[in-house]
Write a protein that binds this ligand. Structure first.
Ligand SMILES: [Mn+2]
Length: 327
């Protein structure tokens, strides 16, 4: 596995209320290093674990003529995770598995390395939680996960990211690449998008989405429509899948809450509404991997976008704990 750096634990610092009492712990006291090059861990049957891995790339954003900066997302998100409370059983282990970086604009190699890292993490029985990076992270995560024949992808995003890629892959093409991969390998392409913006996708992309059998909820329908109908559609999709990979593109959120992204969305969704959908997905107990993308610290204000990403990671980790551990 190339383009890998082992975890730097210096970043995991913060408030300490008590040095021994787990109930007073914050994440920086609980996260342990996991060097994917030479360490493995094995969990007891009553334990579960989440491994964070950073994807230091915004090469896809650059190729997509967007605003680079998401390269520094993993560091900034980790900082916001430090002081979160350990509000779950101590049978849930948290690990920092280091970073994959992109070198010499070679996005494809970085994505391949990420997929290797994700599959290594899953081989250890851990849940991979990938910190982007541009949304091109999704191709790497997916290729590492594809262990189940019926893997459903749920993408929180203003964009379909199914653009043609004959002139090069980017942060706008991953799900088209995955669709083609599935076709080539006779796998079903199960893709559901939440928060699609009409102003963010051409007519041709909506036509392609229909042709590929992509299901989606428009942002405006989520803001204005009945939540029960949207939930029923989402539940129906999840019930047909063996397992689920969740990916969040931070431009699904309104720019009022997420200014630090590659492409701002004035009409993006309110985070608390997104969280309702997010939490609902986990209640099905099928989510086996996740990533969060497009946090771009150079455009952020007071780290609120990184903090928002950390908030969704907090929700995910608590759901993983309650789904996998007997309390
Ligand atoms: Mn995206």
């Amino acid at each position: 596995m190339i383009n890998y750096t082992k975890p730097n634990m210096d970043i995991w610092t913060g408030r300490i209320d008590d040095e021994k009492n787990y109930n007073a712990f914050r994440w920086h006291q609980w996260v342990k290093p996991l060097n994917l090059m030479d360490e493995t861990i094995s969990l007891d049957s009553n334990q579960a674990g989440v491994a964070f891995i950073g994807f230091l790339s915004d090469e896809g954003v650059r190729r997509n003529l967007g605003r680079p900066g998401a390269l520094n997302g993993p560091k900034s998100i980790r900082k916001e995770l430090c002081n979160l409370p350990c509000s779950f059983s101590s049978n849930l282990k948290l690990l920092d598995a280091g970073d994959i970086y992109c070198e010499d604009n070679d996005l494809e190699t970085a994505q391949k390395s990420l997929s290797l890292a994700v599959s290594k993490i899953m081989d250890m029985g851990l849940f991979p939680l990938v910190l982007g990076g541009g949304h091109e992270v999704a191709l790497g995560t997916y290729m590492g996960v594809k262990t189940k024949t019926n893997l459903g992808i749920i993408n929180f995003d203003a964009h379909f990211d199914i653009r043609p890629y004959k002139n090069g892959a980017s942060s706008g093409t991953m799900f088209r690449q995955i669709a083609d991969y599935c076709k080539l390998n006779e796998l079903p392409f199960n893709y559901y998008c939440i928060g699609i913006q009409k102003r963010g996708n051409t007519i041709e992309l909506f036509n392609t989405a229909d042709a590929l059998g992509i299901e989606y909820l428009l942002a405006k329908d989520i803001e204005e429509g009945a939540l029960e109908d949207a939930f029923a559609s989402l539940d129906n999709f999840i019930e047909k899948q063996e397992s689920i990979y969740v990916t969040i593109c931070s431009d699904v959120f309104s720019s009022a809450f997420a200014p630090g992204v590659s492409a701002v969305q004035p009409l993006g969704l309110h985070p608390s509404r997104v969280l309702k959908f997010f939490d609902r997905i986990f209640t099905h107990k099928k989510v086996i991997a996740m990533d969060i993308a497009e946090v771009s610290p150079r455009y952020d204000q007071d780290n609120i976008t990184s903090n928002l990403a950390a908030t969704f990671i907090f929700a995910a980790v608590n759901s993983i704990a309650s789904n996998n551990l007997k309390l």
